[in-house]
Design a protein around this ligand. Structure first.
Ligand code: FAD
Ligand code: SF4
Ligand code: SF4
Length: 402
């Protein structure tokens, strides 16, 4: 229920931002048409005198109207502010996992895309399992904006009532999902590493207590059940060529005034000249055992020979050997390369959780009891400072000859 109090000064700001034309002026006061209002909350944000309030019926536990598993599809940022980039890999991971959840719940899997232009998303996302694509086209969506995106997604959720909504635990997902959860007054589990279904509920699993236990979190008292999921944790299912989702165009009225931040220029940081670890096929990673920033360069040399990305443990980052964007683990990035090479890393649980999905792990450590060996296919009890220069030299020669 939306209420407009006597504090209203008739400024008309709320009327301009309502995406559903639910507000109008009657004399000098704003009035709402509740049959058009989706409780998206956009008007609450702009009212200068806090005259608008939303009261939600939290007592009702009849969720039978809530159906469908939704994935918020994230698009890459581009330096050209007039065009969004391609779909991010995390969205395909979520669709692949969302497909299993939708099947278990016997519900539809739907993708939500906000973009300036449709680039055949029904085909691209359909191939990864989406039954339906809710597509909102507007030039205002080309550049991500918290206010505009959250109002749009809230409006869609209120209109279609999905039972589950998933976001990537990326910079955008971590910004957008909590805002939507708080606007809708529902729960949100951040940074999940596994999802499943139990008794019709979404089981949202994530590390807790510093990564020492896995917590299963349920949201039985609110809908939709919302979660952000770490990139590179879920596997992408093979694309089903020719599978096309139903495209549902959603016409949302977006007012530019909702945008409180304007992006004037964008420069994409490609990780200070080196490759990003998120999507790398090979990662050479170093830990505290590398001892100094100078010695850590041995890791960078091997990475450069192999065309690999450089990873680091949190201890190595804390010691200033490498920037935080290279940190692998629970409070860093989750990676799933073909090959992960760990030098001087003990293998604390918070590190393992970020790299355990790697296809092959090679570990070099002086301590024969190092935990990292438990995750390694090839374990070498050796001094990394001696192994690294020799390995770089041999591989450089071998690669040149080959
Ligand atoms: P250490 O544990 O000190 O291990 C150094 C290793 O180097 C030892 O095994 C030693 O035997 C070996 N070594 C020493 N010299 C040599 C040599 N010459 N040659 C070969 N081996 C040698 N950690 C992460 O990595 N990522 C995270 O995202 C992360 N998040 C965290 C979140 C929380 C909430 C908490 C509480 C902790 C987190 N940590 C994280 C920290 C984690 O618990 C460990 O402290 C950290 O991973 C240790 O880093 P390390 O293995 O480099 O150092
Ligand atoms: Fe319009 Fe949203 Fe306000 Fe309802 S809550 S009146 S839909 S802006
Ligand atoms: Fe009234 Fe607030 Fe709407 Fe302005 S924004 S017309 S003050 S309810």
């Amino acid at each position: 229920m939306l209420e407009i109090s006597a504090k209203c000064i008739g400024c008309t700001k709320c009327v301009a931002v309502c995406p559903f034309g639910a507000l109008s002026m009657s004399g000098k006061k704003a009035v709402v048409n509740m049959s058009a209002c989706t409780l998206c909350g956009a008007c609450v944000q702009v009212c200068p005198v806090e005259a608008i309030s939303i009261k939600r019926d939290t007592a009702s536990k009849d969720f039978s109207a809530y159906k469908g598993v939704w994935v918020f599809v994230e698009l890459e940022d581009s330096e050209d502010l007039s065009a969004e980039g391609p779909v991010r890999k995390v969205s395909f991971e979520l669709l692949s996992e969302g497909r299993k959840i939708a099947d278990a719940l016997k519900e539809e899997l739907c993708a939500v895309v906000l973009a300036g232009k449709n680039r055949n998303y029904e085909r691209e996302l359909g191939e990864y399992g989406a039954d339906k694509v809710y597509f909102c086209e507007n030039p205002e969506f080309t550049v991500y904006n918290t206010d505009i995106y959250s109002a749009a997604v809230c409006a869609l959720i209120n209109k279609h009532k999905p039972s589950v909504v998933l976001f990537g635990a990326t910079v955008k997902g971590r910004d957008l999902a909590p805002r939507i959860a708080s606007a809708l007054y529902v729960g949100l589990t951040a940074d999940c590493t596994a999802l499943s279904v139990r008794d019709g509920l979404l089981v949202q699993s994530r590390p807790a207590f510093g990564g020492n236990i896995m917590a299963d979190i349920l949201s039985p008292n609110s809908r939709p059940q919302m979660a952000t999921v770490r990139p590179n944790v879920m596997k992408v299912s093979p694309a089903q060529s020719g599978r096309i989702a139903i495209l549902v165009r959603e016409d949302l009225k977006i007012d530019k005034n909702m945008r409180r931040v304007k992006v004037l220029r964008r420069k994409i940081d490609r990780g200070s000249g080196s490759m990003k670890i998120e999507n790398a096929n090979i990662i050479v990673s170093g830990g505290r055992g590398m001892k100094t920033k100078e010695k850590f360069k041995l890791i960078e040399e091997l990475a450069s020979v192999l065309g690999a990305a450089v990873g680091a443990s949190r201890a190595a980052v804390d010691l200033g050997f490498k920037e935080k964007s290279h940190q692998v683990g629970q409070s860093g990035v989750t990676v799933s390369p073909r090959l992960y090479m760990a030098f001087g890393i003990s293998g604390a649980v918070q590190h393992l959780v970020g790299m355990k999905n790697s296809d092959i792990v090679i570990a070099v450590n002086k301590d024969p009891n190092a935990m990292i060996f438990g995750a390694a296919k090839y374990a070498f009890v050796a001094d990394a400072h001696q192994v690294l220069p020799k390995l770089s030299e041999l591989l450089a020669k071998g690669l040149k000859r080959g």
